[in-house]
Design a binder for this molecule. Sequence first.
Ligand code: DAH
Length: 354
Amino acid sequence: MREQLQGLKEQALTDLQGQESLQALGDWKVKYLGKKGELTAILRGMGSLSAEERPVIGQLVNEVRDELEAAHDEKEAAFKRAERNKRLAEEAVDVTLPGRAVPVGSEHPLNQLIRDVEDIFIGLGFSVAEGPEVEFDYFNFEAMNVPKNHPARDMQDTFYVTEEILMRTQTSPMQARVMGEKAAEARAKGQQYPDPIRIISPGRVYRRDDDDATHSHAFMQIEGLVVDRNIRMSDLKGTLLTFAREIFGDGVQVRLRPSYFPFTEPSTEVDATCHNCGGSGCRTCKGTGWIEILGAGMVHPSVLEMAGYDPTVFSGFAFGMGVERTAMRRYAIEDIRGFYQNDVRLMQNFKSRM
Ligand code: DAH
């Protein structure tokens, strides 16, 4: 019986080597280790053994079974590994394919311009102050030296929320707000005089206007205000020249033309040499060589006084510029409505600064 077992084992192991698939391996297991398999057949023959031999052969049978099972399991594991590797190789995804481009937006050209103007003035020591678009009549007009029923109101009719509250027509009310706040702070701290001021204030303003290529009922302005001791017209001119050269280029000149605003005295319109022809005269500047860039002036003594700044101690200058107008020139946009329609085909042209 020992020889029979030994022979079976050797035959089974040799046979095992020839099995080339999981299926064949299963058949092999049934053939040698199954219930009706060859090892079981040998076990059945144990009835004829003597009482001494039986446990010895029994143990041997167990050893052979263990050995065959181990050999089988090892081969089975090898097959499974190979099969898995094959499947992984077949199912591999080529992740090196280029992805689909995700559309990326960009900052609105008006905001780009505002940010550039802010950067320039911050470099000159200004800070940025923003205020409400729904404003008191008092700050928008009265504190800016335009009393009720003053004819200067005609040019800046607007949307009224109540008799006393309106959509602001200009960013100029921020002058009165900032001065008023500084004056109140000084009083609270027991300071004799309020602190000097250097701010710009960008924001949206509203007018009763019919929209066309150059007009919009809502648009943007940037206000500037400097108040200190001994501020003079030359400070205004130097500041605006520096600004104009930063935004339009080094060679730019500025000139001041007399004008009128209720809240400045004297008042001036500021022109810069035409960016297109450099000052020799062309279609863009209608042959004059100059292009108006903003309104400005020395802060009117009444405006200082109403806001709590003593005009015998303080003086100041102010300016206000149209953001759309400046951006239209900078980006050569001919219709102001282009800024508000959010047509990506237009906006895509202004990605440069992101
Ligand atoms: N607020 C004026 C406007 O909307 C612009 C302006 C002119 C502002 C002169 C100023 C200034 O601060 O000094 O037309």
